[in-house]
Write a protein that binds this ligand. Structure first.
Ligand code: TXA
Ligand code: MG
Length: 336
C-alpha cells in the first residue's frame, strides 16, 4: 500500500483533523500535543472533555516522550504485540497535555499495525511530529460520541461529514473492534488490569506477563476511566436485543406474531427461524465475526427495523471483545 502522506502530515501539523484506518477501527487523528487540535477533535466527536484519548506512536522508541515510570512489563508487551491492537495505560509524562488524558495522571498509548496508520505516523514523525516534536497522534474512534465505531471510510464520512479535513481510505479494518486496553499505571506489585477486551486476549497477555490481568467488573464505582466502559457505548439507534441461541426461535416467532419489523444478526444456522425483515449473517468464528460486526449493526440500524435481534455469541475468551461490544449495544436501548 503506498500513499502520499504529505497532505495528511501538513494538516495535522496545522492543527487540523485527519481520519485514518487502523487495524481495529478508523481513528480521528489530531496532534496529541496541541490542545487546540484536541479541542477541535472533541467538538467533532461531541465527546465530553473528561474522556481520555489514545495517543498513537510510530514505535515503542517514542514511549518515553509520553510516559514515566514505565515498568518492564510495558516494554515486554510492546515487544510482543506492537505494532498491533494493544493499548497500554501508563503514568503520563509532565509535558503531556491534560486535554489528551482527560485530566488524569495516566495516558493511553499504542502503536497501530495498519500500513496506512503506521505510514502516517512515520511520515509525521519524520516531519517533526507536531507541537514540541512529541510525535503522537491522538485518535479516538472516528464516530460521534456513543455511536458505533467506523470500520470503513464511508462510515467515517457518515459520522463526521465535513469536519474532518481528510479521510485516508484503507478499505475495511481487518480486526474490526477496538484495541485491548491494559492498565499498567498502578504500583508495580499490582496485577495489570484489563480495561477493555479486544483481539488480544487475557491469555495472550498472561503468556508474556506470567499472570492473568484483572478482568473488567473486578472493580466498581468512580468516574468512567474508559469512555467505552459507559454501559450504553457503541449503540445503534434501533433497540438491540441480545438473545441466547436456544431462545431465538421463540423470540422471533413472538416478534412475527406482534407484526414487528425486526433485523437479525446471526452466526449460526437459520433453519426453523421466522424470517426477519433484514438479515446479516456473520462468520461463526470470533475473528471473522469481529471484522464484520460494526458494519452489520450499522446496516441493520439503517434498514428501518423496530428492533435488532442479536444471537448471543459463545462464552469463550476469544469472543470476549465481541461479547462486550454486543452487551453495550444492547444496554440502554430499553431492550434486554
Ligand atoms: O483500537 C483503538 O483503540 C481505536 C483506534 C482508533 O486506535 N481507538 C479507540 O479510541 O478506540 P477511543 O477514544 O474511541 O477509545 C479509547 C479508550 C477510551 O475508552 C478511553 O477512555 C480509554 O481508551 N483511555 C484512553 N486513555 C486512557 C487513560 N489514561 N486511562 C484509562 N482509559 C483511557
Ligand atoms: Mg470509541
Amino acid at each position: 500500500m503506498t500513499t502520499d502522506f504529505s497532505r495528511a502530515v501538513d494538516l495535522l501539523q496545522a492543527g487540523e483533523l485527519v481520519a485514518f484506518p487502523t487495524e481495529t477501527v478508523y481513528g480521528l487523528g489530531a496532534d496529541a500535543a496541541n490542545p487546540q487540535a484536541l479541542a477541535k477533535m472533541f467538538a467533532a466527536k461531541g465527546r465530553p472533555a473528561d474522556h481520555p484519548v489514545i495517543v498513537h506512536l510510530a514505535g515503542a522508541a517514542y514511549l518515553e516522550r509520553w510516559a514515566i515510570d514505565i515498568p518492564p512489563l510495558a516494554w515486554e508487551l510492546a515487544e510482543a504485540f506492537w505494532p498491533g491492537p494493544l493499548t497500554l495505560i501508563l503514568k503520563r509524562a509532565p509535558q503531556v497535555p491534560y486535554a489528551v488524558t482527560g485530566g488524569q495522571e495516566t495516558v493511553g498509548l499504542r502503536v497501530p499495525s495498519h500500513p496506512l496508520a503506521l505510514g502516517l505516523l512515520r511520515a509525521y514523525t519524520q516531519a517533526g511530529g507536531g507541537h514540541g516534536n512529541m510525535c503522537g497522534i491522538a485518535a479516538p474512534s472516528a464516530n460521534r460520541f456513543g455511536r458505533i465505531s467506523p470500520t470503513d471510510a464511508a462510515h467515517v464520512r457518515e459520522e463526521l461529514g465535513d469536519v474532518v479535513a481528510l479521510i485516508l481510505d484503507g478499505g475495511s479494518c481487518p480486526v474490526g473492534i477496538e484495541s485491548t486496553i491494559i492498565d499498567l499505571s498502578r504500583a508495580a506489585d499490582l496485577t495489570p488490569r484489563l480495561l477493555r477486551p479486544g483481539r488480544i486476549t487475557p491469555e495472550q497477555i498472561a503468556a508474556v506477563s506470567g499472570v492473568l490481568p484483572e478482568l473488567p467488573g473486578a472493580h466498581v464505582g468512580g468516574a468512567p476511566r474508559v469512555s467505552g466502559s459507559l454501559a450504553s457505548h457503541y449503540a445503534p439507534q434501533t433497540p438491540v436485543r441480545l438473545v441466547a441461541k436456544e431462545q431465538l426461535p421463540e423470540v422471533l416467532r413472538g416478534l412475527k406474531v406482534q407484526g414487528k419489523r425486526f433485523g437479525l444478526l446471526a452466526h449460526g444456522p437459520l433453519a426453523g427461524l421466522a424470517a426477519p425483515h433484514s438479515l446479516r449473517l456473520l462468520p461463526a468464528n470470533a475473528e471473522g465475526y469481529a471484522r464484520g460486526v460494526y458494519a452489520a449493526l450499522r446496516e441493520l440500524d439503517q434498514a428501518g427495523n423496530e428492533v435488532i435481534v442479536v444471537e448471543a455469541v459463545p462464552p469463550e475468551s476469544a469472543w470476549a471483545g465481541v461479547a462486550d461490544r454486543l452487551r453495550r449495544a444492547a444496554c440502554g436501548s430499553g431492550e434486554s
